[in-house]
Design a protein around this ligand. Structure first.
Ligand SMILES: [Zn+2]
Length: 449
C-alpha cells in the first residue's frame, strides 16, 4: 500500500505533504520553502520564483530551466491525482537554487536552509610560464566544461562568491548560478588545462593554446557539413501505416543530400552510413571533433493528428515554441539522457550560435515549404537533446509525417527522397554563402528561458 502522505520537517515544524509511493508533491514542498509557484498556461509549465531565482519545469519532463540554464533533473515530474509529483532527489534539485536542501528517507524528510558552502574568490595570476585563473577557497575538483570564449566550473557542493569577479584583460567577467561558476574569457584566451592545488586549497584554470583538436580533423579548405540520419539499428524511430521506418527514410535522405552537397563541392560527412545504432552524444561528438561548420539532424515526424503533414524545421531552445514542438522534442528525446556537462556546453555555445542556427533552420524550412507547397510555415524551437552537444550552428528537420498514410507512402519513394535531398542541399549551400550577421548578444550571455 503506497503512502498517502509524507511528513516533511521544516524550520516551522512538521507538515504533511501529498505522496504516492516514493513520489511527493513538488509544488507543496516548494511552497513550504516560501517559493511562489505559478502555472503558465501558455507554456504549459510551472514557474517557481523567490528573490532573484527562477525555476521553470514541465510535468512529463525531466529537464528544468534553473535561473535561465537548462538542467537535467534526476527524474521526471508527473501529474498524479491533481498533484505534480516527483522523487525527493528531483525536488531537492528544484529547491537548491532557492537555498534549501531536502534530505532524509521516503517516510520522513527534512527541509532546511542550505549552508552557504565554501566562500570562493576568482583572480587572474600572470607568470612567465603563463596566465592562470585561480579560484581560491575551494577544496573541490569541479567538473570543467570549456568552449571557445568561456569555461564553466560545476561544483558538487554549494559555493558562494566572496566578492564580485573583477574584469581583467584575459577575463571579461563571470557569474555564479546555482553551483555553476561561468567565466567569460577574452577573445583568443582558451583553457589549456585545469588542476587543484593545496596550501591554501585552490583550483587553477590555465589559459593558453587549446588542445590541438584540428590535428584529428581532416585537413580541409572549405566548410564541412555533418548530416545526421536520425535513429538506426535497434532504434527504428517512427513507423508509418505501411511499415515505413523513420530510420530507413532518414538514411536514404541523408545519403542523397550528401551526394548533392559533394557534387556542389561541399565536404559532407554522415554520422552513420548504415543501419547502425549511434548514441545521440556520439552524433554531435563527431561533428565537434571534425569542427564541422553546420550540423543537420534528419528525422521524420509522427502525430496523433492523422492529417498532420509537411516538413518542420527546428533549432535548439530550452523551451518549446508551441505544443506541437514540445511533442516532437519529447518523442525524439525518448532515448536520451544528456549529462549536465553536455547541457552546460550547449548553453555556453548556443547563444553565439543561436542566430546562425535560426538562419540555417529558416533556409531549410523555406525550401521545403516550396517543395511541399506549404505557405508560411515557420521554424520552431524545442529542446532536442541531439542538438545540445553541437558546438556549431545546428538544426533538426522533420521531413514529413509518417503518421499520415499518404505522406508516409510518398516519403518511402526514392523520387521524393531525392527531391527532399535537393531542397536540403540547396538550403545548406544558401546558408553557407550568406554573409554571417554579427551576433547581437555576448558569447556567454544569459539565454531567455
Ligand atoms: Zn526521429
Amino acid at each position: 500500500m503506497a503512502a498517502a502522505a509524507v511528513t516533511v520537517t521544516t524550520p516551522q515544524g512538521a507538515q504533511e505533504v501529498f505522496a504516492r509511493g516514493d513520489l511527493l508533491d513538488a509544488l507543496a514542498v516548494l511552497r513550504l520553502a516560501g517559493v511562489d509557484v505559478q502555472f503558465a498556461a501558455a507554456a504549459g509549465s510551472y514557474n517557481a520564483s523567490a528573490g532573484d531565482h527562477q525555476v521553470q519545469f514541465t510535468p512529463g519532463g525531466s529537464l528544468a530551466v534553473v535561473d535561465g540554464r537548462l538542467t537535467r533533473l534526476p527524474g521526471p515530474l508527473r501529474q498524479l491525482e491533481g498533484h505534480v509529483v516527483c522523487a525527493p532527489a528531483t525536488a531537492a534539485v528544484l529547491l537548491a537554487p532557492f537555498g534549501w536542501t531536502l534530505s532524509g528517507s521516503d517516510a520522513s524528510l527534512e527541509l532546511a536552509h542550505a549552508s552557504a558552502g565554501e566562500q570562493i574568490e576568482v583572480s587572474v595570476v600572470r607568470a612567465p610560464t603563463g596566465t592562470t585563473l585561480v579560484v581560491r577557497g575551494t577544496k573541490q575538483r569541479p567538473q570543467v566544461a570549456a568552449t571557445r570564449g568561456a569555461v564553466a566550473l560545476l561544483f558538487a557542493t554549494p559555493v558562494t562568491l566572496a566578492k564580485p569577479i573583477a574584469p581583467e584583460a584575459e577575463l571579461l567577467g563571470g557569474d555564479l548560478r546555482g553551483t555553476t561558476l561561468t567565466l567569460r574569457l577574452a577573445p583568443g584566451a582558451e583553457v589549456a588545462n585545469t588542476y587543484p592545488l593545496d596550501d591554501p586549497p585552490r583550483f587553477v584554470v590555465r589559459l593558453g593554446t587549446a588542445a590541438p583538436v584540428a590535428a584529428v580533423a581532416a585537413p580541409r579548405a572549405g566548410p564541412l557539413v555533418v548530416l545526421d540520419p536520425g535513429h538506426g539499428g535497434g532504434d527504428q524511430g517512427a513507423k508509418g501505416p505501411g511499415s515505413e521506418l523513420e530510420k530507413d527514410i532518414t538514411l536514404a535522405v541523408a545519403r542523397a543530400t550528401a551526394a548533392q552537397l559533394q557534387a556542389a563541392g561541399v565536404n559532407t560527412r554522415l554520422t552513420r552510413d548504415g543501419d547502425d545504432t549511434v548514441s545521440l552524444t556520439d552524433r554531435t561528438a563527431l561533428a565537434n571533433r571534425l569542427q564541422a561548420t553546420v550540423f543537420v539532424s534528419i528525422h521524420a515526424n509522427a502525430s496523433l493528428a492523422r492529417g498532420a503533414h509537411g516538413a518542420e524545421t527546428y533549432y535548439m531552445s530550452a523551451d518549446a515554441s508551441d505544443a506541437q514542438a514540445a511533442q516532437s522534442a519529447a518523442r525524439e528525446n525518448a532515448s536520451a539522457s544528456p549529462d549536465t556537462v553536455q547541457l552546460i556546453l550547449w548553453d555556453l555555445a548556443h547563444v553565439a550560435n543561436l542566430n546562425n542556427s535560426a538562419r540555417l533552420a529558416r533556409s531549410i524550412q523555406e525550401r521545403l515549404n516550396e517543395l511541399q507547397g506549404i505557405k508560411d510555415r515557420g521554424i520552431r524551437q524545442a529542446p532536442f537533446v541531439v542538438l545540445t552537444g553541437a558546438t556549431m550552428p545546428a538544426a533538426l528537420v522533420e521531413v514529413g509525417f509518417l503518421s499520415n498514410p499518404d505522406e508516409a507512402a510518398r516519403l518511402a519513394l526514392p523520387d521524393t527522397q531525392q527531391q527532399i535531398a535537393a531542397a536540403l542541399a540547396a538550403a545548406i549551400v544558401a546558408y553557407l554563402h550568406e554573409p554571417t550577421p554579427t551576433p547581437a548578444t555576448s558569447p556567454a550571455g544569459t539565454p531567455t528561458p
